[in-house]
Design a protein around this ligand. Structure first.
Ligand code: FAD
Length: 480
């Protein structure tokens, strides 16, 4: 129960990750009362086991490498990353897994926090450890995801690390086997290498790393990983895992494309093979939905398959874009739509690109992978544009030819690709890889979401000598 004993709220949010917090805050800003139910730490996966600690683990190595690439600065470097200091900095950024700061934030936002496990118990009803709460207007499911542990014989018994253990550890295992070559696997493989792990092997069943990105991204990253001493084994099917009593060395057997069976030994095995929705035990069956499935929503984040328009789902759990910034974007949309509907101000389905629709989910989702080199993409890849039947043109440019990049790092290596919709003459996708490209991606996001015509982008002059000159070069390559 809430500390005030209240059991009726305008809005009840289940899950206080970044998404849930923002749904509740927006609903309150819209004039409603809101309660948020959290079974673990307020702040969710992002704050304590994902974005924040993983980036903190990567940052020190990236800063050191950046200095190593600048003559005159590199001579000042006389050692490597100090793992204990990196772990301490990570712990600072996770507030030592104490959520009092975020609890205070909820209090200031006038959102009532209810600690406990929330379950739907029919229309507009949420049960928290035996207490029944009722929502006047809406319930929002923001329960996020859990790590997916694939069904590989011996894997569960081997007590593998997931992102949760890997981002919380204070220990650098000498040998780490990473299963999964997506963003999480790549970032954590690199983090542990920088922290001093002697042997890292990244095993992926796909043909190349970061498969959802343009092909050149995975190829450049794999080259860099090999240079750093991270072994990359792609197109590998893991057959079994063996670890006696779940402790000590772990052996992983996998099959390579030539059908050969190989095995590696490691001190820890880290599973980064995807996510499953956190919907097994949240009472979905009481409202006619299937437990364990992603919750499908419309662009206002409303669950259309449940009658009455009172149930919403935002963030990772709706499977539209599993990223913190997109979850928070959906949260703003969802909270505003709930408030507007409660006031009778939103009777018709809203148009795209209004504050009540998560339109960007379809065409302008930016993502950064904080490896070295960084990878960043927004909008459609060339494959996606082709599959969507769009008449497009792709232009590419070698980032190492940009003056700003040359000055940033000696021997800079990087690449950029932009996809243009030929009929509408607007940018619909961009992908970059190279040091410090993360900060470049937002300009592409603005161009895509704003549907800025190429003829006008030509007048957005990038400063010299910055990396942003990639814009000029791409537009010139297109023929402007
Ligand atoms: C290693 C890693 C690194 C990542 N790095 C980035 C990054 O750099 N940038 C980025 O944008 N994204 C990143 N992500 C993705 C990001 O973490 C997620 O997109 C984000 O956390 C989703 O937020 P959410 O609020 O939807 O869910 P979550 O953060 O998962 O929060 C869900 C909350 O709901 C609670 N909950 C669940 N069930 C119940 C229940 N029944 N009752 C009460 N509470 C419940 C949970 O305890 C949790 O607090 C990363 C993910 C991983 C794994």
């Amino acid at each position: 129960m809430s500390t005030t004993g209240e059991t009726v709220f305008d809005v009840i949010v289940i899950g206080a990750g970044p998404t849930g917090e923002n749904v509740a805050e927006r609903a309150v800003k819209g004039g409603l009362t809101a309660a948020i139910v959290e079974s673990n730490l307020v702040g969710g996966e992002c704050s304590y086991a994902a974005c924040i600690p993983s980036k903190a683990l990567l940052r020190s190595g990236a800063a050191l490498d950046a200095a190593r690439r600048v003559d005159g600065a590199k001579q000042a470097i006389c050692g490597g990353v100090k793992a204990s200091a990196v772990f301490a900095r990570r712990t600072y950024f996770t507030d030592n897994w104490n959520d009092s700061g975020q609890v205070e934030w909820l209090k200031n936002a006038k959102v009532t926090l209810i600690r406990g496990r929330g379950r739907l118990a029919g229309e507009r009803v949420v049960e928290v450890d035996g207490t029944r709460l009722t929502a006047r207007h809406a319930v929002a499911i923001c329960t996020g995801t859990d790590p997916l542990i694939p069904d590989i014989p011996g894997l569960r018994e081997a007590a593998p690390w997931t992102n949760r253990e890997a981002t919380r550890t204070d220990r650098v295992p000498a040998r780490v086997a990473v299963l999964g070559g997506g963003p999480v696997g790549c970032e954590l493989a690199q983090a542990f290498r920088c922290l001093g792990a002697e042997e890292i092997t990244l095993v992926d069943r796909g043909g190349h790393l970061l498969e959802r990105f343009e092909l050149f991204v995975g190829q450049m990253l794999a080259d860099k990983f090999r240079e750093l001493g991270i072994a990359v084994q792609t197109s590998a099917k893991v057959r079994r895992v063996e670890r006696k009593s779940g402790r000590g060395p772990v052996r992983i057997w996998f099959e390579t494309p030539d059908a050969a069976e190989r095995s590696i030994q490691a001190d820890e095995i880290l599973v980064a093979t995807g996510r499953v929705p956190n919907t097994w035990d949240i009472g979905l069956e009481t409202v006619g939905l299937k437990p364990g499935e992603w919750v499908t929503v419309d662009d206002t984040c409303c669950v259309q398959s449940v009658a009455g328009g009172w149930l919403y789902a935002a963030g990772d759990v709706n499977h539209r874009a599993l990223l913190t910034h997109m979850g928070k974007y959906q949260a703003r949309v969802c909270g505003d739509a709930i408030a507007a509907r409660a006031k009778g101000e939103l009777k018709e389905p809203p148009h795209p690109w209004t504050r009540f629709t998560a339109t960007a989910d379809h065409c302008a989702v930016p993502q950064v992978v904080f490896t070295d080199p960084e990878a960043a993409a927004v909008g459609l890849s060339e494959t996606q544009a082709r599959e969507a039947g769009i008449r497009y043109r792709a232009v590419e440019f070698d980032l190492s030819h940009i003056s700003g990049a040359k000055l940033l790092a000696d021997g800079y290596q990087g690449h950029a690709k932009m996809i243009v919709d030929e009929d509408r003459q607007v940018v619909i996708g961009a992908t970059l890889i190279g040091q410090d490209v993360a900060e470049l991606i937002h300009a592409f996001t603005v161009a895509i979401a704003g549907e800025v015509p190429l003829s006008r982008l030509w007048h957005a002059v990038p400063s010299f000598p910055t990396m942003s000159e990639i814009w000029l070069r791409l537009l010139e390559s297109y023929g402007l």
